[in-house]
Design a protein around this ligand. Structure first.
Ligand code: HEM
Ligand SMILES: *[C@@H]1O[C@H](CO)[C@@H](O)[C@H](O)[C@H]1NC(C)=O
Ligand SMILES: *[C@@H]1O[C@H](CO)[C@@H](O)[C@H](O)[C@H]1NC(C)=O
Length: 478
């Protein structure tokens, strides 16, 4: 009798197990992964793969040729990793938005160490979303409204200094200095000149190391960068100490980082704060400076467009009593042509031409298998230059933005979970700079064949050497 019951139970369990296995094997995901195949594409030589092909030419030509040959999804092998590259808006959305949890951010360890491991862009999940909310609110329109005036003052003093002595300047280099200072403003509000100077100098050493060979040998750029990075922590620590002494509660990004508490009441460590401050400075500087350099080039190359932008800005300038009244936030929101020029410049230059993620599990997309551990690269630039989405894509045409682009086809600031929280600040500083540049100054680009250089983002060759001067114009001029 007991035997019989035991037998029945075993049979019953076996039945359950079979049913379960049957169910799992019929499940769509499992079926998809089993029948999915790897994307088309060549992997090049063992280990080095196609790295040489990528870096021996314009990387954008490499991507464009691949897309022509294999379509919107293809595999390759670069820098020691198998990669899947994605050139359609749907695929980019799949990775960055709808299935962002299956693809983690990935950076070389040496670079992560230099910026600081706790910076938000290396993270996923809870820590990331908490810091992201904080960063976003520190860079939100409500927060930016309060610094319009400070940015304007910085724009005016920068333009004044560039136009001294009729000298030829490296536009990109000076714009980097400008965007660094705007970053400092957004993070610290008004900061002591002494700290600014120390941060700037040490940061530029970190930056030199960022793109050099990572080794801990004394005397190398990377080693010096690590030393400077530790000094940055010391400087930040002093700034934080001073703030705590004063007991003022500031509403800028540093203030928000210092006041942060998670659900359990945990605050951020000083190390976490430092990594995020340096991370934001890093994300803000070269990007904005490269984009602005392109804007100046595009405007210079199309004098008719420049005249139209000038007309728009002069109307505002005049309503501000020839610049005697400061620009207002509302005015910066009402520069429609200038704004479209910015959008089109970001599309044309696509300075962040792609990004990296890593698949955390095997993922099936559109019949193809993306293996766990493979790198995945959404190719923003290919999408921005696809005639299907942007007619005559090589032509600079700001008026195309009179109509909103198709969803997910325009991603100069990325998309989804890690999309740029600084995009409003970037656009704001561009608008203010253009306002003062075209209403009071003129500039001339000196010797440019229109070639592109990588720094690490694409910029016009030699940083667009230019001369700036103040426009002398009396009040009675038309
Ligand atoms: C024209 C200028 C800029 C461009 C084109 C740009 C572009 C981007 C892009 C494409 C991403 C997403 C990267 C990815 O998904 O892998 C990103 C992320 C980020 N950007 Fe920007 N950016 C600009 C300016 C700024 C500024 C001014 C700031 C801050 C003041 C900033 C802060 C950040 C941060 C913190 C992230 C990481 C967000 C996260 O991981 O959640 N960026 N940016
Ligand atoms: C780096 O910061 C330190 C403070 O920690 C400062 O004394 C030093 O002058 C800075 N380095 C440079 C090259 O400015
Ligand atoms: C926006 O600009 C237009 C002219 O381009 C002007 O007529 C209008 O008053 C402005 N609106 C605001 C809110 O400043």
């Amino acid at each position: 009798m007991e035997n019989n019951i035991a037998c029945s139970i075993i049979y019953f369990l076996l039945f359950l197990l079979t049913a379960l296995l049957f169910y799992i094997s019929k499940k769509q995901i499992w079926k998809d992964i089993q029948k999915a195949k790897l994307p088309p594409g060549s992997m090049g030589w063992p280990y080095i793969g196609e790295t040489l092909q990528l870096y021996s030419q314009d990387p954008n030509v490499f991507f464009a040729n691949k897309q022509k040959r294999y379509g919107n999804i293809f595999k390759t092998h670069i820098l020691g990793y198998p990669c899947v590259m994605l050139a359609s808006p749907e695929a980019a959305r799949f990775v960055l938005v709808t299935n962002a949890h299956l693809f983690k951010p990935t950076y070389p360890k040496s670079k992560e160490k230099l910026i600081g491991h706790s910076a938000l862009f290396f993270h996923q999940g809870n820590y990331h979303s908490q810091l992201r909310k904080l960063t976003q609110s520190s860079l939100s329109p409500e927060a930016l409204r309060k610094i319009v005036h400070d940015i304007e003052a910085l724009v005016i003093s920068s333009l004044e200094s560039w136009s001294q002595n009729n000298q030829v300047i490296n536009t990109f280099r000076l714009l980097k200095k400008f965007s660094f200072e705007v970053g400092i403003l957004a993070i610290f509000g008004q900061l002591d000149a002494k700290y600014k100077e120390e941060l700037n100098k040490n940061y530029s050493i970190v930056e030199k190391g960022y793109n050099s060979f990572p080794t801990n040998l004394r005397g190398t750029a990377y080693y010096k960068a690590m030393v400077a990075r530790r000094k940055l922590n010391q400087i930040l620590s002093e700034i934080i100490f001073e703030r705590k002494e004063k007991k003022t509660v500031e509403k800028d990004m540093l203030g928000n980082l210092l006041n942060f508490k998670d659900k359990k009441g945990q605050t951020l460590t000083e190390g976490q704060i430092a990594d995020n401050v340096i991370g934001v400075l890093f994300a803000a500087q070269d990007t904005t400076a490269s984009a602005l350099t392109w804007i100046l080039k595009y405007l210079y190359d199309d004098q008719k467009l420049l005249e139209a932008v000038k007309a728009e800005q002069r109307a505002i300038y005049e309503s501000n009593e020839e610049g005697n009244k400061p620009l207002t936030w509302a005015q910066t929101r009402n520069m429609s042509l200038t704004y479209r020029v910015i959008l089109e410049s970001l599309r044309m230059s696509s300075i962040i031409s792609f990004t990296f993620r890593e698949a955390v599990v095997d993922v099936e997309y559109d019949g193809y298998l993306i293996r766990k551990g493979w790198k995945v690269m959404p190719l923003f630039r290919n999408i921005h230059h696809n005639p299907e989405f942007f007619a005559d894509p090589r032509n600079f045409d700001a008026s195309r933005f009179k109509v909103a682009p198709k969803p997910n086809t325009y991603m100069p600031f990325g998309n989804g979970a890690h999309a740029c929280p600084g995009n409003e600040l970037a656009k704001l500083e561009m608008l203010i700079l253009i306002h003062h540049l075209v209403t009071k100054f003129r500039w001339e680009v000196v010797a440019s064949r229109g070639a592109v250089q990588y720094s690490p983002f694409p910029i016009p060759e030699n940083g667009l050497p230019s001369r700036f001067w103040k426009e002398t114009r009396s009040l009675t001029d038309p």
